[in-house]
Design a protein around this ligand. Sequence first.
Ligand code: SF4
Length: 243
Amino acid sequence: MGAGGVGIGSILSKVGRMVYGSNGARATALSRLKEQEGEDPFRILIGTILSQRTRDENTTKAVSNLFARYGNAEELAAADEEEVKKLIKPAGFYNVKAKSIIRVSRQVLEEFDGRVPDNIDDLLKLHSVGRKTANCVLVYGYNIPAIPVDTHVHRISNRLGLVETKRPDETEGELTKKVPRRYWLELNELFVRFGQTTCKPLGPRCEVCTLRPVCKYYREVVSPRQREKSDKPKLGGVRRANI
Ligand code: SF4
C-alpha cells in the first residue's frame, strides 16, 4: 500500500532523509529517554504520561528532575506528592500528572509485581494509560512492534492519503492493517520528527517536501490554492476607478 501507489518503505525512507538532513531535527523526548535510560519500560511509561499535552523539551526537563530523585516504581509509589509536583512542573498539568504517576507506580507494584506489562491489554489496565501511551511503552520500552498514534502520526497519515480517518484510534487500526509490521517500530519516531520540522500542523513546508508527488493533501489542497493565487489578476497596473 501507499500514497498514490507508492510503498510505505519508500515514503519512510524519504521522510528519514528529510528528517535527518534537517537542521531543526531533534530526537523526540521518548527516543532521547530511550537513549539515556536504555529500554527501561517504567521510565518510558512515566515519561510518556509526562509528555501528554506538552512540548518535548518540557518533558525532558521534568523527566530528568523526577528520575534524579525517584528512580523506580517502588520509590515513586511512596513519593511525596507535593515534591513530585515541583519536580515535574516544567511538564505542565503537574497536579494531575503527579497524582497519575504515583498511582500508576503503585498499580505496577501491586498488580504487576513491579514489572510494567509488555502487552497492550494489561497496559491499558493502568491508570491514565490509553492506546498511544501503551503503544509507546511497547515500542520505546520493549522494542515490540506497535504504532503509537499521536497528533503528528494521525495528521501526516491522513495528509499523505495512507488512511482516511477522523480519530487517532481509527488511524492506528488502519495503519496496522496497511503497513507491514517490519516498519512499525520506526514509524512513530519518523512521523513525529517530520511533523515537527516539515509537515507542521499549520503551514506545512510543502515547498521543501520530497513527498509532494504522492501527497493527497498537496494534490487536493495546497496545489489548487497555489494555482488560484497565481491565476488571480494582478491589480497593480489597473486604475482604481476600474475596480
Ligand atoms: S507535501 Fe506538504 S502536506 Fe504533503 S507530506 Fe509534504 S509537507 Fe506534508
